[in-house]
Write a protein that binds this ligand. Structure first.
Ligand code: WTA
Length: 631
């Protein structure tokens, strides 16, 4: 199923459009199914209702583990590189991983988990995180992984939205020279989570933790009570595999739902093709498993293809900015998949950290999460790839389940800052504000997808109408991505960024409404408006305009207080980079905040504010500019 030439790509693409069912049906043959499907696809984007591989039965862990045992039991499935470079790394072969997943699956059962139950996972980047994820899938429980940087309140909201029955966590996590008390955060979260019956706690940092009798149990104790035989639960192709929460332009984060069959096929197919993975190669994705990239391209994609996947606990700059390159050399990494924000951050340290880096093992480089600027692209290409490694700039989303628009390594001619061409099976189109498709090349518009693909979201958990509204109502019969995009003369796609109220901070999606809600919770704040602004390392930063009349206090202290409130309500990742106190916000006569103007001010572009005549009180703008310039 690997595409090895541009002609083969074109043929595959054409077939995927003309005969999509045949195309995907053939690809799906390379996976292990307990029972075949009777229909490859039935769909409509109105409701929406999307079913792939209807009637088929499978378990994704049989594809990620069991099927590799006959020939590759002793091949490395996971190589774990700890935060501390002095500590030994750990290799888990497919056989070992299989045993541990089965054993932990039995622990989940022993603690009351059944098929269909939702399980929240809040863990550091350790092998046990992958084990917990796969153990859920093994027994048909639905995992909801929450990134370690979210606050107790965010976790509680996610747990309650999905009515999770179990939580799997650890005492703590290491991140560079910081230690994070995960269990304590969970304890705070669970005060407001009546559905949680059991918490399984892994020992990692051995920080003192409180263990509640009857609710909390130690991972290490539990695994002693069970064996490592666990038959995989037979799942329907459209049964839920996982929920992953992501931010949108309105209100609270939504639980994006992925199902077993289509997601597996799509994650596996795209992994194998985009990175041109060859048997025996070591693949390193630097994302956190708490995000979709980690789900699809640390766990499910690579393991379904029998690959060796590196899990790195630490950060790129600890103990110093050569850490990524040390990990690459130490484990002889062939494929490195990372984010523009990491590249820009490492770039800023100059050549010194590269002094002792060999990097000869590298063959393919990948980028994901946000637009990659040309400077970062060239640095990555020259300094890391030594001009010899294709860079695959992969555009996709939590909702798409896998990579959508991307070069195929060694096949597609790359072009800096372009995600290039749609993968086979993906039918992108650009749409103007009236919902008309824009035909031809050398054009730009809002990016939509016209036809279903196996990895696409099926619903938003517990609220199907929200799914319809968010993705399928803006343009009839199309999935709307929320991204702006241009298609150049060669038909190459370049993603220009979000066109909705989502900010992409270091590749993390943050809804402006969410941050505003958090700021507004702070005592004394009357109102706030949040916009993104260009940030050298993070891609985008968060700029908050805050109406806070009580200026008696120390402004700097108030600023810190507000940051503390945001950290509590969402997590440190949503802290504004800049806060400007103002006495009013630019609003239209109907009361809508004109973010366009605020964006300009946040960018420091005070001259091109556009038409302000529809504002209720244009004087507000003058005042805001004044304050912004004084700062
Ligand atoms: C952005 C991450 C430009 C985009 C996999 C998208 C990108 C959002 C790229 C999804 C890329 C992701 N070039 N922009 N290669 N990849 N994006 O859900 O705005 O965390 O809508 O999924 O990131 O973020 P998410």
């Amino acid at each position: 199923m690997q595409i090895n030439s541009i002609e083969a790509y074109e043929l595959a693409y054409q077939k995927s459009v003309e005969k999509p069912e045949q195309f995907w049906g053939e690809i799906a043959q390379s996976f292990h199914w307990r029972k075949p499907w009777f229909k490859v696809l039935s769909w409509n984007f109105r409701d929406p209702e999307i079913k792939w591989f209807e009637g088929a039965k499978l378990n994704i862990t049989e594809n990620c583990l069991d099927r590799h045992l006959a020939a590759h039991a002793d091949k490395a499935a996971i190589i774990w590189e700890p935060n501390d470079p002095e500590q030994d790394s750990i290799t888990l072969t497919y056989k070992m991983l299989h045993e541990r997943v089965c054993r932990f699956a039995n622990v989940l059962k022993r603690n009351g988990a059944k098929k269909g139950d939702r399980i929240c996972i809040y863990m550091p980047m350790v092998p046990e995180l992958a084990i917990a994820v796969l153990a859920c899938a093994r027994i048909g429980a639905v995992h909801s992984v929450v990134f370690g940087g979210f606050s107790a309140k965010s976790i509680a909201d996610r747990i309650n939205d999905a009515a999770c029955k179990l939580v799997v966590t650890a005492d703590g996590a290491y991140r560079g020279n910081k230690k994070i008390e995960l269990k304590e955060v969970i304890d705070d979260a669970l005060i407001g989570c009546p559905t949680v019956e059991k918490v399984i706690v892994l020992t990692h940092t051995r920080t003192p933790v409180s263990m509640l009798k009857g609710r909390d149990v130690w991972w290490e104790d539990e695994v002693k009570h069970v064996n490592d035989v666990c038959e995989a639960e037979e799942m329907d192709a459209e049964d839920l595999l996982f929920i992953l929460y992501t931010s949108g332009s309105t209100g609270k984060p939504k639980g994006v739902v992925h199902t077993c069959g289509g997601y597996m096929v799509y994650a596996g197919y795209t992994f194998s093709n985009v990175f041109n993975y060859q048997p025996g190669e070591v693949y390193f994705c630097t994302a956190d498993i708490g995000w979709i990239t980690g789900h699809s391209y640390i766990i499910y994609g690579p393991l379904s293809q029998g690959a060796t996947s590196v899990i790195f606990e630490g950060i790129p700059t600890y103990p110093d900015a050569s850490r990524f390159w040390q990990v690459v050399d130490k484990h002889q990494v062939n494929i490195l998949y990372t984010a523009p924000t990491a590249i820009r951050s490492l770039m800023s340290y100059g050549d010194e950290p590269l002094k002792n880096a060999g990097l000869e093992s590298l063959r393919v480089l990948g980028s994901v999460g946000e637009p990659i600027n040309e400077e970062a692209w060239h640095w990555f290409d020259e300094k890391i790839g030594k001009g010899n490694c294709p860079i695959v700039d992969t555009w996709w989303q939590t909702e798409t389940g896998g990579i959508m628009i991307s070069p195929i390594a060694n096949v597609t001619k790359t072009k800096p800052s372009y995600a290039t061409l749609p993968l086979p099976g993906i039918q992108p189109c650009l749409v103007d504000e009236n919902g008309q498709e824009i035909i031809g090349n050398g054009v730009s518009g809002n990016l939509c997808i016209k036809f279903p693909w196996p990895g696409m979201l099926r619903t938003t958990y517990g609220d199907h109408e929200r799914c319809r509204q968010t993705y399928f109502s803006a343009y009839p019969d199309m999935y709307f991505t929320g991204d702006g995009c241009l298609r150049d003369e060669d038909g190459y796609y370049r993603i220009t960024g979000r066109v909705d109220d989502v900010i992409n901070v270091s590749g993390h999606r943050i809804g402006t409404a969410e941050v505003e809600n958090a700021i507004n919770m702070h005592a004394g704040v009357v109102e706030s408006a949040v916009v993104g602004f260009p940030h050298e390392v993070k891609g985008q930063g968060i700029f908050a305009f805050v109406i806070y009349p009580e200026h008696h206090a120390d402004e700097e202290l108030t600023r810190k207080d507000i940051l503390q409130t945001v950290t509590r309500m969402i997590g440190a990742i949503a802290k504004p980079d800049k806060i400007l106190f103002v006495s009013g916000l630019p609003k239209t006569r109907s009361g809508k905040i004109m973010r366009r103007i605020l964006r300009k001010i946040a960018e420091g572009d005070m001259t091109n504010l556009g038409d302000t005549s529809t504002l209720l009180d244009p004087a507000v703008v003058t005042e805001i500019i004044d304050r912004a310039q004084k700062k």
